[in-house]
Write a protein that binds this ligand. Sequence first.
Ligand SMILES: *Cc1c(COP(=O)(O)O)cnc(C)c1O
Length: 227
Amino acid sequence: MTLIAANLQAVRARIFSICAELGRAPDSVGLLAVSKTWPASSVAEAIGADQRMFGENYVQEALDKIVALASHQLDWHFIGPLQSNKTRSVAENFSWVHSVENLKIAQRLAAQRPEALAPINVCIQVNVSGELSKSGVAPEAALSLARECATLQRLRLRGLMTIPAPTDDKTLQRKQFAILREIKDALNQNGMNLDTLSMGMSHDMEAAIIEGATMVRVGTAIFGERQ
Ligand SMILES: *Cc1c(COP(=O)(O)O)cnc(C)c1O
């Protein structure tokens, strides 16, 4: 077994174990393998271990891998900051975008999504920690952006994503993820129909799953420390 296959197995075991503790179905948590900075050969190793969903942060780097691995049936998720001059490539090559943080980007993705493809799935990125350096909309702004996204035809608003302030304090990890869950619940009470909470990474996925994550985005624990 390759190292990546063994790491994937260990990550799946972590998800399985926390789900068992919570009485949650293990398949209620999707595993997105974050392959940024790793070559197509590393992604191919993960594919060999039955991984199909991959997350990428940089458009050009991702396109190279998408082309190299085009013979496989994969789901590519864009999870990094997205500039308007890159939306077309993303609309044409990814099935999800987790990092929508303004209407202009959402409108461009919708307008540029090819007719032959299903609507593009998106999450609104929310800044739950209030750190100025972090991307994402403020919690108070999530509902109005969600309402605007919901009107766009070629775009399917699925839920919310967050990258909290990094901390080893489990209580604080949960507190930040709980904020995202509460925002999703509030939006659904206001007529939205969101089914996705994209939260939790290598060091905090248990806390995220406890607070209701439906998709965890895991890089380091699968591929190793990025250079
Ligand atoms: C890099 C990245 C991840 C993966 O983080 P790890 O700590 O390596 O698991 C998840 N989400 C986003 C948005 C990222 O940029």
